[in-house]
Design a protein. Structure first.
Length: 94
């Protein structure tokens, strides 16, 4: 799970990286644990880098601004453990 990346669709941080190419034994083990998604070996050039384990959305790597992250966290605090504390901490900064 990538705790620094949040889904642009549902706002959760239950996101994993998509790994492309011929998977190594280590990559297969990580896939079986649910820590990564295997994206295959045939690349067209515009493949997504992340997948949301909650809603299935995929997207290319994109750096969210701090303000965007705050907006995505708002309204999700009841659904995501620990988010309430993060919102309080972020709110104190602004």
């Amino acid at each position: 799970m990538n705790k620094d990346n949040i889904c642009p669709v549902c706002g959760t941080n239950n996101v994993i990286e998509i790994v492309y190419g011929d998977p190594t034994e280590e990559a297969i083990k990580e896939y079986e644990k649910g820590n990564i998604e295997l994206g295959g070996c045939i690349l067209e050039g515009d493949e997504p880098n992340y997948i949301c384990k909650n809603c299935g959305a995929t997207w290319k790597e994109r750096e969210f601004t701090f303000k965007e992250k705050v907006q995505l966290y708002k309204g999700k605090s009841k659904k995501c453990k620990g988010i309430t504390e993060k919102i309080k901490l972020i709110s104190e900064i602004f």
